[in-house]
Design a protein around this ligand. Sequence first.
Ligand SMILES: Nc1nc2c(c(=O)[nH]1)N[C@H]1C(S)=C(S)[C@@H](COP(=O)(O)O)O[C@H]1N2
Ligand SMILES: [Mo]
Length: 308
Amino acid sequence: MPVRIPRPWERNAPEATPEGVWRERRALLRAMGYGLGAAALAPRGGAAQETADPASPAARNPRYSLDRPLTEEDVAARFNIFDELAGAKDEVWRAAEGFPTDPWKIHVGGQVRRQRTLDASELGRLFGQEERLYRHRCVETWAMAVPWTGFPLARLVELAEPLAKARFVRFVSAALPEQMPGWYATRRVFPYYEALSIEEATNELAFVATGIYGHPLPPQHGAPLRLVVPWKYGFKSAKSIAGIAFTTERPPTFWSDLSPDRYDFLANVDPTAVEPWPQSHETMLGTDERRETLPFNGYGEMVASLYR
Ligand SMILES: Nc1nc2c(c(=O)[nH]1)N[C@H]1C(S)=C(S)[C@@H](COP(=O)(O)O)O[C@H]1N2
Ligand SMILES: [Mo]
């Protein structure tokens, strides 16, 4: 029987009031087995945030600023890589129309104290959201600069309570072949999968985006929730995450499996690299401005120590 997917404009769920959100948050904490005010949920170095109103824009965190103009929103929204949806970068946004992202469950398992299934829509409210301006660099040498809304991946790692022996975090994108027109279009076997070391995943820069340009993420950018790892090439930033697993061994990754001699697990932005494309320069989306590639995409101060 065909399943009819509601169009976004048919899903007019009323916005929760701040009070309603607060009550939901407490219910969620209880459901996850935390008492109120659990230390694991308090943002590092501060009192628990109560910026729970999803209608209010997330405050911009001034620590993450740019050396170049922002890419135009429409340009970023119409040039994407999301191969399960479409192979052509200028067709992804159209193929993404109606992609169902609500409700959305994320399974968290592997080497954790106990497995959990989380509701994507709750996480932003649970952790509080902030906006960060980040550079994004694809290994194909195009680049953009965009404002992401979301929360540090470290918050999600803390919530998951990984066991001491967990060394890596594995991310698996959604497996919805019926809603993904590119699923069977190539020899690639989906779902998409990526991984980080625990040290990378808990670095301050590693971010989970739920929005972009002050709006919820459109599906072509990886709604409802995607990774953003700005010192690495874009392929590390798995979109539309459905599963997270903690492992003791280094997990296989999508591009390293397809082309092991070209895609290194570490894959940091590196101007001296020549595979699969010479990496000395990048071209900004929209303006075609050509710029020199920065080591670690300009984030060396925050991440270079991970690789010494
Ligand atoms: N599930 C999934 N995630 C993915 C990809 C993909 O094809 N499938 N492409 C990656 C690549 S190569 C890049 S450069 C970024 C692009 O993100 P954007 O389209 O939001 O700019 O998404 C990454 N995440
Ligand atoms: Mo990419």
